[in-house]
Design a protein around this ligand. Structure first.
Ligand code: ATP
Length: 235
């Protein structure tokens, strides 16, 4: 579904991605783990066209997207939940969710998807008329994921969904990630610093260091790998 070939991305003179190649098949949950500053967020930003690569290629369902504008990439079915949530704080929960469906006009299906996200996160239904900015951190993460789901993406990019959240909320969010993948058949590319959590939910993973992919395997094999255990799992 997604293929990155030797992608190089820069911020001015700083090279954040030094030739990234990876593949994600339809239906998979693939995680990208790595330390602070490894280039994980930049990888997602390159896929969704916000920080376009300077060299290399990115294909979505066989179609080159590395020269495409971000709004065009969204319309193809790729949606990102950015780090730090970035919901619209002055809009209500319902209005935030409506924004997620901005590019759609299939009203009955939008209603169905709204009911679906409310079934995933009943607290959002209760808070539907409350301003997004007044929600707790965990509820804002739920809203950010739900807003992305309202676009009915085929590929969902999640950037550090666990960041700054209490363990119980993180557990709930990761259960939902698994559920959306199995029920909606949404393919998921998950960036996480919490490698333990990410490898538990993912089918496969890539390890990133200093702008490069250094390892890839099934999530189970990565979890059993001595190097990964020492560097990322704290075991
Ligand atoms: P974190 O987990 O801390 O978010 P990350 O693995 O997602 O880290 P990136 O945010 O992709 O890493 O950063 C990769 C490199 O690019 C880092 O060296 C970072 O300092 C640099 N970088 C990121 N954003 C910018 C920017 N807007 N301008 C300049 N350099 C940047």
């Amino acid at each position: 579904m997604l293929e990155m070939k030797n992608v190089q991305t820069f911020y001015g003179n700083i090279q954040a991605l030094k030739g990234i190649s990876l593949r994600i098949a339809e239906g998979e949950i693939v995680t990208l783990i790595g330390a602070n500053g490894a280039g994980k967020t930049t990888t997602l930003m390159s896929v969704c066209g916000i920080v376009p690569p300077r060299a290399g290629e990115i294909f979505f369902e066989g179609r080159p997207i590395h020269h495409m504008a971000a709004n065009k990439i969204v319309s193809l079915g790729i949606c990102q939940v950015p780090e730090g949530r970035r919901i619209f704080p002055y809009l209500t929960v319902l209005e935030n969710l409506d924004m997620g469906a901005f590019l759609r006009n299939d009203k009955a299906e939008i209603k169905r998807d709204l009911d679906y996200v409310f079934s995933l996160f009943p607290i959002l239904a209760e808070r539907r008329n409350q301003a997004g900015g007044t929600l707790s951190g965990g509820e804002q993460q739920m809203l950010a994921i739900s807003r992305a789901l309202m676009a009915r993406p085929r590929l969902l990019l999640l950037d550090e969904p666990s960041l700054g959240l209490a363990p119980l909320v993180v557990k709930q969010i990761f259960e939902i990630i698994r559920k959306v993948n199995s029920e909606q058949k949404t393919t998921i590319f998950l960036v996480e610093q919490n490698a333990n959590l990410a490898l538990k939910v993912a089918h496969r993973g890539y390890v990133m260091e200093n702008g490069q992919i250094t390892m890839t395997d099934t999530a189970a094999s990565l979890m059993a790998n001595e190097q990964v255990r020492k560097a990322y799992l704290g075991i």
